[in-house]
Design a protein around this ligand. Sequence first.
Ligand SMILES: O=c1[nH]c(=O)c2[nH]c(=O)[nH]c2[nH]1
Length: 308
Amino acid sequence: MHTESNYLISYGKARVPLYRVYAKPLTNVPPIPESAFTGRPNILFAAEIDTEVFGQNFLPAYTEGDNTNVVATDSMKNFILRHALTFEGATLEEFLDQLGRQFLKTYVQMERIRLTGRELPFTAASVPQGEHGFGESDVLFKRTNDDFTQVSLTFERADNTLLISDHLCSRMGLQLLKVTGSSFTRFVRDAYTTLPERVDRPLFIYLDVAWKYSDPAAMLSSYVPSEQVRDVILTVFHEFVSESIQHLVHEMGQRLLTRFPQMAEVSFDAQNRTRDPLGESETDSRVKVYSDPFPAYGLIKLTLTRKQ
Ligand SMILES: O=c1[nH]c(=O)c2[nH]c(=O)[nH]c2[nH]1
C-alpha cells in the first residue's frame, strides 16, 4: 500500500573529473580595457562534470523498482569521458553544449538533462627560459585553489529539435582583500549598534558572479570568458571607493552590462569577510594589524537585469 503522492525526481552522476590534454587553444577573444586576457592554450583542460536527468518516465524505478527507463549513472560517467577525448572545442560552454545534445540524441529515455561543469584550475609553472628570463612551462601545471569558471546548461526536447531551456555562466570563489579605499558609514544606529563607522576599512569579500546571455546561442558565437569577467571585477574593486559592498557590487554589475552587450543579466553573491582592527602603528598610521572577526558573515546579493 502506497500513500498517493506527488513526485519530484532526478538522478545523475556528480563530480566526474576529467583531465583532457591538448584541447584546442582558445584564440581571438576580443580584448577589453580591463583585461590582458585574449585566450588560453588549453594544453590542460580540466573540469568536473555533474549530470542530472529530469522527467517522469523513470518514476517506476522509484515506485516499482522498474529500471527500464534508467540509464546507469556509471554509463553517464563513461559517456562524459569518451566525449572528452573527441571534444574539438575550446571552452567549457562548448563542451557542455555538445555533451548535452549527444546525451539527448543517444538516450530517448532522457526527457531533460542539466549539465554543470566546474573548471579545475591549474596555472602553468614559471620556469627559466634560457636568455629570455622566466616564462610559462608548456608541460608543467600547478593545481591552484583559485577562483574558477562554472557553467550550468539545461537541455530539453521541443518538437524535433533540442534546445537549451536554461543556462547560467559564472566565476566562482573570488576572495579579494582591498587594504584601503572602502568605507561603511551612516547606517542605522540604535541600541543594538556596536559597529563603529569606518571611513576606511580593509574590505575582504568572498564573491561569486553569474550571468545569462540574452540569447543562449551567443555563449558559442559571442563568448564571454570568465577570465575577463574576473578582470572587470578586479579593476572596478581596485578603482572604486565604495560606501558598502552593496555599492561595490552594483558598480561591478553596471560595468559588466556595459562591457558585454550580450549579457541579459548579472548577479552577485558576496560575503563580507572583513577583519577587525586590532592595532595601529604610532609612527605610520597606514600600518595596522587585523584579526579574525566573529565567525558569522554579512551576505549581500544583487541581480541586475537589462531593461528591454
Ligand atoms: O558593506 C557592508 N554592507 C553592510 O550591509 C554591512 N553591515 C555590516 O555590519 N557591515 C557591512 N558592510
